[in-house]
Design a protein around this ligand. Structure first.
Ligand SMILES: [Zn+2]
Ligand SMILES: [Zn+2]
Ligand SMILES: [Zn+2]
Length: 257
């Protein structure tokens, strides 16, 4: 089985950190770990590049990660902070002379068709539009020899998908994880999961709730993401238990597929 190189392209919440107009201690911090773009994960293996979500920061993230190609996109859900960078697949369409396959639930695809109606409009256009190949996720997806198992969770009233690949998983934007999904999240080596802040939120897991989930599922390593400006990197990490840390933009590690 191939090794996957994971890169956390973005570790921030929907507004990013620093948050526009905010002068709090985290937003004005000089620690580069406190600069968080919107949440996304890159997986590289066998010469392929698979992306989870296209954030409004996708172009900047791709430049920063020196992304040379794009072979597939998996979507978690249709919120703006996870999809709005889709237009920036165009340079890869041009370079690879092909559409980019996108994988998403039927709900997320419906949202994408609305938000990006110009992409899906069959009428001929003079401008260069993104080219995508739509694939609905109804079960495990095989991408270039690695199986991505969708993990259903609730984000407030909304259904979202996380993904398990080998002995690692990515699950952001959730407030509740059904028991059947928990069974798919056991025996993990690395688990990257939502932990917005300490204060309760109707649609996101807090640090305390995510710590409880980690204690229940017992991954070897847990990385918190989708982090807001309430959490300073160094200060928060110092208080987290062993094996649990805040992710940060540019965090990279290899996992077994
Ligand atoms: Zn989000
Ligand atoms: Zn702030
Ligand atoms: Zn969301």
């Amino acid at each position: 089985m191939p090794k996957l190189k994971l890169t956390v392209l973005g570790s921030g919440t929907s507004m990013g950190v620093p948050t526009l107009g905010c002068h709090c201690v985290v937003c004005t911090s000089n620690d580069p770990h406190d600069k968080r773009t919107r949440p996304s994960l890159l997986l590289e293996y066998e010469g392929r590049c698979v992306l989870i979500d296209t954030t409004p920061d996708f172009r900047f993230q791709a430049l920063r990660a020196k992304l040379e190609r794009l072979d597939a996109i998996l979507y978690t859900h249709g919120h703006a902070d996870h999809v709005l960078g889709l237009d920036d697949v165009r340079p890869f369409n041009a370079k690879q002379k092909s559409p980019v396959p996108i994988y998403a639930s039927s709900e997320t695809l419906a949202t994408l068709r609305k938000q990006f109606s110009y992409i899906f409009d069959p009428a001929p256009a003079d401008s260069f539009l993104p080219r995508v190949l739509v694939q609905e996720v109804n079960g495990p997806v095989d991408l270039f020899g690695v199986t991505f198992v969708p993990i259903r969770a609730f984000h407030g009233p909304m259904q979202v998908l996380g993904y398990r690949f080998g002995v690692s998983a990515y699950l952001t934007d959730f407030s509740a994880v059904p028991e059947a999904s928990k069974d798919l999240l056991r025996g993990l080596d690395h688990f990257i999961l939502d932990a917005l802040r300490h204060r309760p939120h109707p649609m996101h897991s807090t640090v305390e709730q995510s710590l409880a989930l980690v204690a229940e599922l017992k991954p070897a390593h847990a990385w918190f993401t989708h982090i807001c400006h309430d959490l300073g990197h160094a200060e928060t990490n110092a208080k987290l238990p062993e094996g649990v840390q805040l992710a940060y933009d540019g965090l990279q590690f290899e996992v077994q597929a």
